[in-house]
Write a protein that binds this ligand. Structure first.
Ligand SMILES: *Cc1c(COP(=O)(O)O)cnc(C)c1O
Length: 376
């Protein structure tokens, strides 16, 4: 059996265990602690814009708390990019609210601003009120068209909760993804560009909101000697051990991101001549993707093979791939949900494939993947 090539593997830098050891030595084996504070400071320094970052147990928890802080309730609708991972949309349901799915545009594969405005106006007409929040996503690390999306959100005064779970390190017009919306979300799950084994963060605009986030993330305990509760809380804080991994990972984030970008460049070069196969690319230099995953689209007529045939051959060669994410508006669990679609994400789902992109992969690994794609 040939060496297994995986889609995206955790890649430790080496210093992670030092931070964990320090936590053990000082008996900070709890949620909260110096590593949590240190990790939050590292993230704040990295993303800039004067943002405050709160480290949480998962990106999903960050989306949930963002919605809680925006006051989303069961009578509300929340617009969400349809072409995403389910974790973008599930927290809307945790709040008992209704997701409204908006399809993608072709350039970035992210939320279509034209369709977004249509959806906002149509929801107002149908329900008598505007959606409570908008969740755009930077899928696969590619920045969404944030200028257009923010202009529309501001026009109707709807706050944006920006899902940058896959886009840590990506820039749009020189500014870090996750810093455009009222709130931004990061994930440090095992397969993301950096990992804390599991974890996430909410990027906040003010110290007040960061404090509120921490309050809700630690069971909404009021300031009293006894346990006093006036609000429903959650147990969503990141542990001091996991944050230690995060501090080590921050030391190698840029290096690992540059490797993923180099892998994307190599795929692009090696597949340049392949008929009917296109590697996803940035629409312009305004969209500086971390290229968390490199994705291809297969035109079966021109390529003389389908996405499935390519994926099957790669699997036989012990190479992991995954179809592009299935849009939320096509998921059985969301079948009765309002949706504004244009066919773009469905076509991407039908013909797209994510290729192995982890920063541990060698150029020889990438060449092996491409060889199997080309050898039909
Ligand atoms: C991974 C991911 C999340 C959720 O993050 P977790 O840390 O796994 O909870 C949310 N949105 C997108 C787009 C993701 O890829």
């Amino acid at each position: 059996m040939k060496k297994r090539i995986l889609l995206s593997l955790a890649h430790m830098g080496g210093k992670e265990q030092d931070f964990i050891q320090e936590a053990f030595d000082t008996n900070w084996v709890v949620p909260l602690g110096p590593n949590v504070n240190g990790f939050e400071e590292d993230l704040e320094k990295y993303i800039g814009e004067g943002k405050q970052v709160v480290a949480l147990s998962a990106g999903t928890a960050a989306i949930h708390l963002g919605l809680v802080l925006l006051g989303v309730q069961s009578s509300d609708e929340v617009i969400c990019q349809s072409f995403t991972f389910a974790a973008s949309a599930n927290p809307i349901k945790y709040q008992g609210a209704t997701p409204v799915f908006v399809d993608s545009e072709r350039d970035t594969w992210n939320m279509d601003p034209v369709l977004l405005e249509k959806a906002i106006l149509d929801r107002k007409e149908k329900t008598g009120k505007y959606p409570k929040a908008i969740i755009p996503v930077h899928l696969y690390g590619m920045p969404a068209k944030m200028d257009e999306i923010m202009a529309i959100a501001n026009k109707y005064d709807i706050p944006v909760l920006e899902d940058a779970a896959e886009a840590l390190g990506s820039n749009y017009k020189g500014r870090k993804c996750g810093t455009f919306g009222h709130f931004g979300v990061l994930s440090f799950n095992g397969n993301k560009i950096i990992t804390t084994s599991g974890g996430g963060a909410l990027i906040c605009n003010s110290e007040k909101e960061a404090k509120e986030t921490m309050f809700y993330a630690t069971q909404a305990r009021e300031n009293a000697p006894h346990y006093q509760h006036e609000k429903i809380g959650y147990n969503y804080r990141l542990s001091n051990i996991c944050a230690g991994i995060g501090r080590g990972q921050m030391m190698v984030l840029d290096e690992h991101m540059h490797r993923r970008q180099a892998i994307h460049k190599l795929y692009t070069e090696l597949l340049k001549e392949a008929k009917g196969i296109t590697v996803m690319k940035k629409p312009s230099d305004d969209f500086d993707s971390n290229f968390w995953l490199t994705c291809i689209l297969v035109d079966p007529k021109k390529a003389g093979q389908t996405r499935e045939e390519i994926a099957d051959r790669l699997a036989q060669d012990n190479i992991e791939t995954r179809p592009l994410w299935k849009p939320m508006h096509l998921q059985p669990v969301f079948k009765d949900t309002p949706m504004y679609v244009n066919g773009v994400s469905e076509a991407l789902f039908n013909n797209g494939l994510c290729l192995p992109s982890g920063s541990l992969l060698t150029n020889e690994d990438i060449q092996r993947v491409v060889q199997v794609i080309l050898e039909k």
